[in-house]
Design a protein around this ligand. Sequence first.
Ligand SMILES: Nc1nc2c(ncn2[C@@H]2O[C@H](COP(=O)(O)OP(=O)(O)OP(=O)(O)O)[C@@H](O)[C@H]2O)c(=O)[nH]1
Ligand SMILES: [Mg+2]
Length: 502
Amino acid sequence: MSSPLTLGTAGHIDHGKTALIRALTGVDTDRLPEERARGISIELGYASLALPSGRRLSVVDVPGHERFVRTMVAGATGIDLFLMTIAADDGVMPQTREHAAVLEALGVRAGVVAITKTDLADPEVALIEASELLPGSEVVPVSARANTGLDDLRAALDRASIAVASRAETTDSPARLHVDRVFTIRGAGTVVTGTLWSGAIGRGDELEILPQGVRVRVRGVQVHDQPLDRAPAGQRVAVNLAGTAVDEIERGDVLVSGDGGVRPTYRIDAELEFSGREPEHGERVQIHHGTREAAARLAWLGGRFWQVRLEQPIVPAAGDRLVVRQVAPPDTLGGGRVLDPQPRRHGPGRDVLARLERLARGEEAPEPTGRARPVPRTPSEARPQKPLPASAQALEQRLREAGIEPPLDSELDAADLVALRDAGKAVRVTKNLHYHVDALTDIRTRLIALAQQGGGVVTLAQLRDELGTSRKFAQALLEHFDSEKVTIRRGDEHVLRRSAAG
Ligand SMILES: Nc1nc2c(ncn2[C@@H]2O[C@H](COP(=O)(O)OP(=O)(O)OP(=O)(O)O)[C@@H](O)[C@H]2O)c(=O)[nH]1
Ligand SMILES: [Mg+2]
């Protein structure tokens, strides 16, 4: 059997993507009542398409509306080939171009163009526009209404598939799935779906959800509603997870095997190309990676190289694709490739450029200075490690001894505090309160034990008594552990999350 591949639709609103997928597969991917009422796609839709050769494609049907381009990008990451629709009566329109730019940025070059609605208009002009926009792709006139051209389209998709190497050949590599949906099934629990980028996932696997770091076990795997022992990469997979609740995972998170090698990062060095306007140095943009979207500043390093400084962590590997979009008005600027997923913070320079050139050519290029660093959890922690000055060491000692009741930030030296935080020794708990990391770890253990004694629930008064401290400190700590997703607030109670219970 040929290897699994994923096909993504693309094209302007109302150009017949969903109608064409229904004509090809029998599946109406517009499932939401709002989609049916408005006659447009809003969310990603999924189907399975059998080709004449026997190959089966996982289909992701995307919305064309200009307000949902971000959803389109989330659906298009991880696809192997595209099905671009251009309506015969409308021709190339703004989102035809924008989706083409997204596909280009994602490096998805294989695909077929369908000129749709040929029962309404002569396809001639659209055919010419299509071959200008996507030279190198086969163009097939079709009509979902009159059921014409569908066999030609299936045959063209078979031809386009041959040229694509399936990701299933990467089964030896660690598993990585970028989550696009999370839901519960009665009796089964939490299910996540997404396109499996690499590796394989099977029942019993111990995996991790990043960036949260929640450990989960796989209860079952399905591909297009069929249970499998083990699903290889290159297709859409639904994974039933034990050890996590639905509210602990969202679109954009990444399910990885422990040896995945990928880590959350707030910074990457990338090779970028812009089809439209080139961004300014320091410009704030939207970065799309996998199914995640995060704001970032772009620092120009010279040539086509940029450092991307993110406001939210992403979980990339070298070689992953990125899409760069303008914040306002929203538009796709371009995209490119991750060269270094964990660089230090740096500007341009001859050594930097030489190293990035080597990485771009696929050569090894170790960083000049030591690279072993702890996983950065916050942008400030991601700064390079410097030895602590003596005054900061003294402050560390003071915080450690203060334990549950540290002094207010205003009583401390701000520079030393920042140095401690950067070194991972101090953790900000409220706007003006830092704890020593060891004290906080200890408190977390006691909080979890206390909650477990109380049937999974803890109150402010209970934590205050347990720690023998004041209401003020207990309150600050509970808010911190709520935000760290150890507990979740329900009225006056704080409920221990299953993932934290260990
Ligand atoms: N006459 C005719 N109408 C079509 C054809 N294909 C689609 N339509 C109609 O065009 C309208 C839009 O079709 P959809 O398939 O929902 O378009 P879409 O590209 O999925 O739209 P979005 O997902 O919202 O971007 C619907 O009313 C369809 O019935 C066709 O081949 N011929
Ligand atoms: Mg649609």
